[in-house]
Structure formats: structure tokens, C-alpha cells
Write a protein that binds this ligand. Structure first.
Ligand code: GDP
Ligand code: MG
Length: 207
């Protein structure tokens, strides 16, 4: 059966300002970065997630494949430092990271948001920057506002603190959004700027 294609301008992504982002008083700064590029906020809430909810967010969405992948990434970072991973398998390393992540995400208030716009998932990832703040590009949120590294996180056996969660793929966003928002909390509305960003003929400007 042919799936109905969503127009690129309707793509949605989940962003969570993690507890360190709230504590660093970066809520306004972070929202500004997504807003100024032309994305539209269609849902927003402040909450303290439970650890169960945080596990759900990581595990239900990514499953064993995500555990393996994140474990492989972590093992590579041990290797880069000339160290051997203390975990027997990638999956074990992934589980340890997931549990640490769940503790981190549930350690205080967070801001959950849905942003909509042309290829919102990739655009938000670009603005957010790479996972490890040390190597996130300058000009990205993670690169500009924080300094954590895999090395320090590993020494202290905790999750890397990188201010934000942002969906990595469209399919990830589709699974993550219902964990954080009911349909009724997601708003559908027009912004004046949608005309200039998306109108096909651009014929509404001249009087
Ligand atoms: P993201 O999509 O860029 O946030 O990265 P991932 O989805 O791969 O990982 C989710 C979160 O887990 C990251 O934002 C980090 O907080 C944490 N994390 C990922 N990989 C590692 C790692 O190798 N070591 C540690 N300590 N934390 C990690
Ligand atoms: Mg991710």
C-alpha cells in the first residue's frame, strides 16, 4: 500500500532541553536558535520526567539496535584513548549508557518541544551540533554553550551532558513524539512567515 507522503514543510521533530540546559538558563537562547531559522513551535511543556519515561524514550524508540550502536560508539572512544572498554559487549555498554541517560534526563525539569518545518529533523540536528560538545562545531548550540567530553563522562561513569535531545531521524521523531505529547497538545496553526518560506507562487506581496 502506498504511504501518503508528508510534504517536507510539515516534517516534525522532538527537542528536549535536558536538565543541564534548564540549569544553565539557556531555555530562551535555545528556543531562539530554532525559531530564527524559520521553524515553527507546535508544542511545548515543562516537566520532570520519571526515570521510567526516560528509559522508554531511549529504549522503546531505538531498541537493541540503538543499544548496540551507542555501545559501539562508546567502545570506539575508549579505543581512541588507547583504553579497552570495560564492557564485554557493545550491548552491555549501550545498556550502561541508557541507564546513565535515564538518570540524567530525570534529574530535574526539562522542556519538551515539537518543531515543524522544512526537513525539521535534519535542520534541528545541524543547529544542535554533534553529540560530544568537545567536537560539536562552533556556531551550534552544543559547540557554543557547553564543554563536556566522552573522556570526562567515562571517568565519572555518567552520561555526556550536551544540553539537548533532538530526534536523529524522521522515524525516530515519529516514535518519540507520542511518548512526550498527546495529539491534543500539538497545535496546528499558520504563521505569517509561512507565506514567504513556503508559498509556491509568492504572489501575495505586492498591493
Ligand atoms: P544524540 O542523538 O546526538 O543525542 O546521541 P545518541 O542518540 O547517540 O545518544 C543519546 C545520548 O546518550 C547523548 O545525547 C549523550 O547524552 C549520551 N551518550 C551517547 N553516546 C555516549 C557515550 O559514548 N558515552 C557517554 N557517556 N554518553 C553517551
Ligand atoms: Mg539520538
Amino acid at each position: 500500500m502506498a504511504e501518503e507522503k508528508v510534504h517536507p514543510k510539515k516534517e516534525r521533530t522532538l527537542v528536549i532541553i535536558k536538565p543541564d540546559g534548564v540549569q544553565r538558563t539557556l531555555i530562551g537562547e535555545i528556543i531562539k536558535r530554532y525559531e530564527r531559522v524559520g521553524l515553527k513551535m507546535i508544542a511545548l511543556k515543562m516537566m520532570i520526567p520519571t526515570e521510567e519515561m526516560a528509559v522508554k524514550h531511549y529504549y522503546e524508540v531505538g531498541g537493541d539496535a540503538w543499544l548496540e550502536e551507542v555501545g559501539r560508539k562508546a567502545a570506539a572512544s575508549y579505543e581512541k584513548k588507547g583504553m579497552k572498554s570495560p564492557f564485554a559487549t557493545f550491548k552491555d555498554n549501550g545498556i550502561a549508557i541508557m541507564n546513565a541517560n535515564a538518570k540524567y534526563l530525570s534529574s530535574g525539569p526539562v522542556i519538551a518541544m515539537i518543531w515543524e518545518g522544512n526537513q525539521a529533523v535534519a535542520l534541528v540536528r545541524k543547529i544542535t551540533g554533534g553529540t560530544e560538545p568537545l567536537s560539536s562545531d562552533m556556531g551550534t548550540i552544543r559547540g557554543d554553550f557547553t564543554l563536556d567530553t566522552y573522556q570526562m563522562a567515562d571517568v565519572d561513569q555518567r552520561s555526556i551532558r550536551n544540553l539537548i535531545h533532538a530526534s536523529g531521524l524522521v522515524e525516530e521523531a515519529e516514535k518519540e513524539i507520542p511518548i512526550w505529547f498527546n495529539e491534543g497538545e500539538i497545535l496546528s496553526y499558520r504563521l505569517i512567515q509561512d507565506e514567504i518560506l513556503y508559498d509556491v507562487n509568492l504572489d501575495g506581496i505586492l498591493e
